[in-house]
Design a protein around this ligand. Sequence first.
Ligand SMILES: Cc1cc2nc3c(=O)[nH]c(=O)nc-3n(C[C@H](O)[C@H](O)[C@H](O)COP(=O)(O)OP(=O)(O)OC[C@H]3O[C@@H](n4cnc5c(N)ncnc54)[C@H](O)[C@@H]3O)c2cc1C
Length: 402
Amino acid sequence: MADSGGDLALEDFRAEARAWLEANFPPALKDKAGLMAAVMDGPEPDGDLGRWKAAMGAKGWGTPTWPAEYGGGGLSGAQARVLQQEMARAGAFNPLTAGMGVTMIGPTILDYGTEEQKRTHIPPIVKGEVRWCVGYSEPNAGSDLASLQTRCEDKGDHWLINGSKIWTSGAQYSQWCGALVRTDPKAKKHEGISFLLIDMRQPGIETRPIKLIAGASPFCETFFTDAVAPKDALLGQLNVGWTVGKRLLQHERASQTGGAMGRPTPLEDIAKAYVGVDAAGRIADKDLRNRLTRHLMDARVHGQTLARAAAEAKGASGATNAASVLKNSATTVAQTRAELMLEIMGTQGLGWEGEAFRADEVDAVRSWLFGKAMSIYGGSAEIQNNIISKRILGLPDTTQSA
Ligand SMILES: Cc1cc2nc3c(=O)[nH]c(=O)nc-3n(C[C@H](O)[C@H](O)[C@H](O)COP(=O)(O)OP(=O)(O)OC[C@H]3O[C@@H](n4cnc5c(N)ncnc54)[C@H](O)[C@@H]3O)c2cc1C
């Protein structure tokens, strides 16, 4: 028999969430989840977006399942799903997912942090008051991340950090960095690594933005020259940072499964507008129609698998090795959509700037280019396949990475 008490409580919560969204979500932001891309690449938002971010931060609903004692929403998984449904219904989106505090660092601090670290770092992340970046990749350590060389020495009363990171998303705007550093150069490469919480606001750290092919400068080279951190800045144990670092990557991949994409304009509507319709009102080009149908089916299957994974998740975060499967399928869906969009728009989908192109047409080509990064960041698609074969399918381990 169904738990009618639980269902009733959930329906009460649904009413509460709906009323709160009606009172707090600015109508001008309806269906504008795309605005979050600009927030990722720019300074703090103001106006409606700034107010929406502040409201969600104060309520704790940008981090719905995080413990209420640190400012999180304190919701159950079922309540969080109801909130998500109500947000989708209202055309609302989570304004706190820009930056890596909410998606990666915060969950990892909740998993591995001391009580003191949780009390210091989680409330400002929940409210969106600080930005974090992730300092993993180095010029000679990408897929083979454990080759990282940024040195962190114990100076008695503090850590001294020297080295450089690359592709550090949002480093130029971040106040904090969660970084993997080498604390024991003599140990085996996976065993001499620690995870450090580094304050970016110090003279020993320099960031140099790198321009992405899609136009923006979303990431940086980050240089550490005699940078410092207090002794209690270690997240997890000394020289056991590889374990902490892998956990963060699971959280990162779980956040890259497309669950927070909002409601994009249906591709079939765009196709009808650009390509035209036949006598039966269908997209005029049969071959395009077939490929579009296949893509929409893939997108639907991905969405349903995501929903099932969320419903079955035992922990609140939903971060496991299965995130690698979902990240790869989200990547395929998003990249195929971008390819189809350009094809549908024809030459109008190839504009870079100028009055001949509408804003959504310029956005299409930039999104198509940025979409290439999806199969690289968070660990490339090939590295996800390695994880799936080793950790999920149990195939023989033939690589040291991931
Ligand atoms: C937009 C964007 C944002 C990013 N943000 C961050 C960030 O915030 N912080 C951060 O630390 N890093 C960040 N990265 C870096 C990202 O994590 C790395 O680019 C990625 O891990 C790949 O490393 P690499 O570029 O050194 O490529 P390489 O490791 O040199 O790989 C090159 C190619 O070889 C393949 N390959 C390598 N090893 C294997 C293997 N064992 N099996 C099969 N194929 C393999 C790869 O799949 C890839 O196709 C970002 C990257 C992008 C594009």
